[in-house]
Design a protein around this ligand. Structure first.
Ligand code: ARG
Length: 470
């Protein structure tokens, strides 16, 4: 895997720290400690950070303006060459920082050796990670946005589509499909906002914190921060190189988002069963069985649910890695990237698949409406009816409960009992009860803010659409 035999070998491409050593680590040791395999995806962030640093060094006359210009121009060439593929990342470098600096020095000689003035890889990696997150978070948020938009559009067509609401997976009270889908949307809105909140804390530059204690050179940290459009700089050099809160916070936010997707997938699996049949997944987003010819399985939903463990695992790995680290930088921190990137990539791809899967699902509204009948889902509404006529709720609960009991014994629905049977429990019950306890009336009567009545749900949809527009 690692072609380099000895970290002390070879001019500019020797390890950045080789000077103090007479003996280099052997190939197995190098392969063990290098991070280029994982940090190379921050190549463009590393270059952006180096350009800002070099410009500042020139402005502050720590190096000459001419040297700064040479460095900046060549870093831009390197970026260009990496983009068009004429330069490939050499995986025998120790890390992305060494690789870029090595190429720069190969190309422009002495001036290239001045890039690392007043800088350590400890503040450099912290900067790269923050820059990477600043790019990656909006990409992820775009997908959350698309998912909310997709769900809201489906909801708009189903504000009248009856569906039983469930508690304990038992039929509870009638709602609508739109109401149900909006519930998922609000979870996603909170996820979106959680990432925006995290971004505020990520948006500070740690560069200039050096290895741990800043620098004796007159670095201008604020200038670097403004070149990179950060909102400010971090305030303590020890904290700056030790802090990985952004990964802890992000991996927690990712775990919560993945939890939402996983719960939703559980429901999709359930709803696509013959027993429920509330939905038909499109053939494009289902798979078959190698032995059972009739099968159409919800594998994508199951895979999203299944990958949740990995997202939690990565989060726990990050917390565990950091929980006993003394100040300041410790090499353990190098292990942050593989866990974090894996969590991010998993959630990112799950979101993409989920959008396709849900967008192509067929909603069996008749089956959903049928779920509102036969489970005594209107019993609360019967109680509310007598409450409106002055009966205390606790007494009304008893009236409705005894009528449910009667209906169970007669093997009929609540609304199939005669007026006389109803009256035997309460004189307050009149003929209009039958209009009041149909599933549709029960749903439409629930007009409290956030409730399932079509007008209330339309209000939710309006708010969600405004959110998506922002
Ligand atoms: N590769 C390291 C990391 O990801 C950054 C380099 C710091 N190395 C060091 N020996 N101080 O954290």
């Amino acid at each position: 895997m690692n072609k380099k035999k000895n970290a002390l070998d070879g001019g500019n491409h020797a390890a950045l720290w080789h000077g103090r050593f007479t003996e280099g680590p052997d190939a197995e040791a190098i392969a063990f400690e290098t991070s280029i395999y994982v940090d190379s995806r921050m190549a463009f962030d590393d270059i952006a950070g180096s350009i800002a640093h070099a410009k500042m060094l020139g402005e502050m006359k720590i190096i000459s303006r001419d040297e700064a210009e040479q460095i900046v121009n060549e870093l831009e060439n390197i970026r260009h060459d990496l983009k068009n593929g004429s330069l490939q990342i050499n995986e025998s470098a120790e890390d992305i920082h060494s690789f870029i600096e090595g190429v720069l020095t190969d190309r422009i000689g002495e001036a290239g050796k001045k890039l690392h003035t007043g800088r350590s890889r400890n503040d450099q990696i912290a900067l790269d990670e923050r820059l990477w997150l600043r790019r990656a978070i909006p990409d992820l948020q775009k997908r959350i946005h698309t998912l909310i938009k997709t769900l809201t559009e489906i909801a708009e067509n189903h504000t009248e589509s009856l569906l039983s609401g469930y508690t304990h997976l038992q039929r509870a009270q009638p709602v609508t499909l739109a109401h149900h889908l909006c519930a998922w949307c609000w979870m996603l809105v909170r996820d979106y906002e959680r990432f925006s909140d995290a971004l505020k804390r990520i948006d500070l530059s740690p560069l200039g914190s050096g290895a741990l204690a800043g620098s004796t050179l007159p670095l201008n940290r604020e200038m670097v921060a403004s070149f990179l459009s950060f909102s400010g700089v971090t305030q303590n050099s020890l904290d700056s190189v030790s802090d990985r809160d952004y990964f802890l916070e992000m991996s927690s936010a990712l775990a919560i988002l993945q939890t939402h997707l996983s719960r939703f997938c559980e429901e999709i699996v359930l709803w696509s069963t013959e027993e429920f049949k509330f939905i038909d997944l499109s053939e494009k987003w289902s798979t078959g069985s190698s032995i059972m010819p009739q099968k159409k399985n919800p594998d994508f939903a199951e895979l999203i649910r299944g990958r949740t463990g990995k997202v939690y695992g990565n989060m726990v790995a990050l917390f565990t890695m950091i929980k006993a680290l003394p100040l300041s930088y410790n090499r353990d921190l190098q292990e942050d990237k593989s866990s974090f990137f894996d969590a991010y990539d998993t959630v990112y791809s799950c979101l993409g698949i989920f959008i396709h899967m849900i967008g192509s699902t067929k909603w069996n509204v008749d089956k959903m409406a049928a779920s509102c009948f036969g489970g005594y889902a209107n019993a609360t509404d019967l109680a509310d009816y007598v409450v409106r006529k002055g009966m205390p709720f606790r007494t009304a609960h008893g009236v409705a409960a005894r009528l449910v009991r009667k209906a169970i014994e007669k093997k009929c629905n609540l609304e199939d009992l005669s007026l006389e049977e109803m009256k035997s429990e309460s004189d307050l019950i009149e003929e209009d009860i039958f209009d009041m306890i149909s599933p549709r009336a029960c749903m439409e009567g629930r007009k409290t803010t956030g409730g399932p009545s079509p007008n209330c749900v339309k209000e939710q949809i309006k708010q969600l659409k405004n959110f998506v527009k922002k």
